[in-house]
Design a protein around this ligand. Sequence first.
Ligand code: PMP
Length: 293
Amino acid sequence: MSRIAYVNGRYVPHGEASVHIEDRGYQFADGVYEVVAVRDGALIDGAWHMERLQRSLSELQIAMPMSAAAMNVVFRETVRRNRFQTGIVYVQISRGVARRDHPFPNPAVRPALVVTARRTPLQSDKVIEEGIAVISQADIRWQRCDIKSISLLPNVLVKQAARSQGAFEAWQVDGDGYVTEGGSTNVWIINGDGHLITRPVENAILNGITRRRLIELAKARGIIVEERSFTLEEAKSAREAFLTSTTSFVTGVVKIDDTVLGNGRPGIRTRELRGLYMEFMSQNGDKVPSSHL
Ligand code: PMP
């Protein structure tokens, strides 16, 4: 079935969707993005994604291209036109099109909005059952990783390093030896007391929506969550480890560099947390009316 994209006010066939060569997203990576999971036709934590999108835009002084309510309609309509139930919506907003010059265009131009949506394959049973390996990499990114910027070159490089070493993800490590986050995921460990430990939200990491949701779900279960930094060494001696993201949900990490964690399988608590999150997703979406699907 042919895919449909939304580009600056129009729904167009995916293969014909394009932006101008002087779009500042293309020229300077001057833009932001969001990825929202769609589960059984529903947007998962859509309000939190919208809130983060608005924050990223305002940190970069890019105007909202339309109201949040109108954008939500576009997200749902893009899902509807692509006719799938489980997948993702991808949203990208750049500062707009202007003659190439580093400072912001003056007067400001209209921000450019692109929305795509597609079905995604279910996570493989192998990944769920056996977990994944990660490698460590130096975190060479800028100091505003809290902004969900489309400037992702360091992330591309660490993900490729992981791929070429047969790992799923790279855990980035700051100059003091502390793990910041993965190339596209947040990082977690579980200590001997069963406490969840995850890096606090500040400028060094993205405030992951899955992370935020899982903290709530875990606390509601009475699980103690410590938002604090941990070193790579602490991670390697942790009882369990896992990562979270919109597309990976909660996925067990069983190997960090050459160190195998526990018995080499996703741990009990990781599996419990994954179960909590999957249950949350199946029950809590902002439903697209089924008549629209
Ligand atoms: N960190 C980075 C660098 C990411 O790119 C992502 C995914 N966009 C995450 C963390 C996870 O965030 P979320 O749970 O909102 O997908």
